[in-house]
Ligand binder design. Structure first.
Ligand code: GLN
Length: 485
């Protein structure tokens, strides 16, 4: 290993725990790398250099005292909608441009309690609404494989930072694909855990029944290490599941013989680039060569998932974002004595166009007279989608699909066509609708750009799912490829 910034989480931990390097050296190496590439990649809204060096000093003391968790002393980027006390958390929105939380999100607290080093806050689509990072109110992020292209979204900053070696891992959030899709487009690994496995306390809410925090890293094993730190019931989030955190690392034995993999043909439909479906089918053949059995299955409700999601997510968004009224949080228009005008101008100036579109869609779907036709109907479809998955998971252990139907596209290509942008998430959002775990692993290239394979499992099947992804990864070299940024 020639450079410290090329280390993954597990590799860095080995060197730290053998005291061959210090956390301060490691942190300085990642900060230097970030200084070198950030002008081009733009993956961070805030780089917290001083905080990182404080955290690394504490980590070095922990190692001196013979303590140290697998995440101790290792830098991380945290998506800018995960609250970090004393450090700006903007959600990539003008509305929260100057917002500094007074408390930590539980997920961030958990990795900090294990000695993680905060290198900074990641760029994203405003409030998580988007698929390309172009809805950030501040600036777009570049894809490290081709800076003129988008990194995916909404956790585009996290995927780009991991791919370009600015950090070994990042925390993202995934409402309809926001961890898996940018991971696929940047050639890294991204895991959306089962709904309820990771606390959402302190995650600024977009669509509460769909949102989930998870890791983005350069290997499946690194994702497993981070997941182990993140999971567990939280009294501050009533939707977290009871039960002890599992040992995800020891599940990675690489043995997938006899595992049954379903290939839902609906996920290879119209709009899937041939280079993407080709790479994913080859990856499925690799799983078969490792002893898994793959066969076609059908999820007939798939074509309704996009419409269902774009009723439920905006409905929840319109309720969640009602709190930004210029009184309680963030930006506040002051140039008037009229309360209604103040509120109107606050929201008019504070929110970007896509966020406003979502609020209007959601308010419409929830309004009396339309509630039954839209929101209630979407909830009924949601039940059918869940049942579809439950039925196939009686026959298979996991599903293999493309993560995104397309590779990273040029910046600007879809900004004026919301439906085209929404369609990027057709393969990922059914997983959120059903609350299932899904992981994206690099599985090849098309036109020189990374392709991701998505593996989906039943609720709480993370140990199995991670092992399946790990076995694939160990049999291939895709996750070792690095962009030349
Ligand atoms: N692109 C989808 C949306 O805009 C998903 C985003 C996400 O997962 N946060 O809603």
């Amino acid at each position: 290993m020639s450079q410290l910034w090329q280390l993954g989480v597990g590799q860095a931990h080995d060197l730290l725990s053998r005291r061959e390097i210090t956390s301060t050296e490691l942190t300085r190496a990642f900060l230097a790398r970030t200084r070198d590439v950030e002008e081009r990649v733009k993956a961070f809204i805030t780089v917290t250099g001083d905080t990182a060096l404080e955290h690394s000093t504490l980590a070095d003391r922990a190692f001196e005292a013979g303590e140290g968790h697998p995440l101790t002393g290792i830098p991380v980027q945290v998506k800018d909608l995960i609250c970090t006390a004393g450090i700006p958390t903007t959600c990539a929105s003008r509305m929260l441009e100057d917002y500094i939380p007074v408390y930590d999100a539980t997920a961030y607290r958990r990795i900090r309690d294990r000695g993680a080093v905060l290198l900074g806050k990641g760029n994203m689509d405003e409030f998580g609404m988007g698929s390309s990072c172009e809805n950030s109110a501040f600036f777009p992020t570049g894809n490290p494989w081709d800076l003129s292209r988008i990194p995916g979204g909404s956790s585009g900053g996290g995927a780009a930072a991991v791919a370009s070696g600015e950090v070994p891992y990042a925390l993202g959030s995934d409402t309809g694909g926001s961890i898996r899709q940018p991971a696929a487009m940047c050639g890294v690994v991204g895991l959306k855990p089962t709904y309820g496995l990771v606390s959402r306390y302190g995650l600024v809410a977009y669509a509460s029944s769909l949102d989930q925090i998870g890791p983005i890293a350069r290997s499946v094993a690194d994702c497993a290490l981070v997941l182990e730190a993140l999971t567990g019931q939280d009294p501050k989030d009533a939707t977290t599941l009871p039960g002890q955190p599992r040992d995800y690392i020891s599940a990675l034995n690489g043995d997938i013989r006899g595992m049954r993999i379903g290939v839902p043909e609906e996920y290879f439909g119209e709009g899937t680039q041939p280079g993407v479906s080709g790479a994913v089918r080859e990856a499925i053949a690799v799983l078969e060569s490792l002893g898994a059995a793959a066969f076609p299955v059908s999820l007939p409700t798939t074509p309704h998932a996009l419409a269902c999601y774009y009723i439920i997510a905006p409905s929840e968004c319109s309720a969640n974002l009602a709190r930004y009224d210029g009184v309680k949080y963030g930006y506040s228009f002051q140039d008037t004595n009229d309360t209604w005008e103040a509120m109107e101008q606050t929201r008019e100036r504070g929110f970007g166009m896509e966020v406003k579109r979502r609020i209007m869609l959601g308010a419409y779907a929830l309004s009396s007279g339309y509630y039954d036709a839209y929101y209630l109907k979407a909830q009924q479809v949601r039940t059918l989608i869940r049942e579809d998955f439950a039925r196939v998971f009686r026959k298979v252990d996991a599903l293999a699909t493309p993560t995104s139907p397309v590779v990273a596209f040029p910046k600007g290509e879809k900004v004026n066509d919301p439906v085209q942008m929404y369609l990027i998430d057709v393969c990922t959002l059914p997983v959120n609708i059903a609350g299932l775990p899904g992981i994206s692993v690099p599985c090849g290239f098309s036109d020189g750009l990374p392709v991701g394979m998505q593996l989906i499992g039943p609720h709480l099947s993370e140990p199995n799912l991670l092992n399946l992804a790990h076995a694939y990864e160990q049999a291939t070299d895709w996750h070792r490829m690095r962009p030349g940024v």
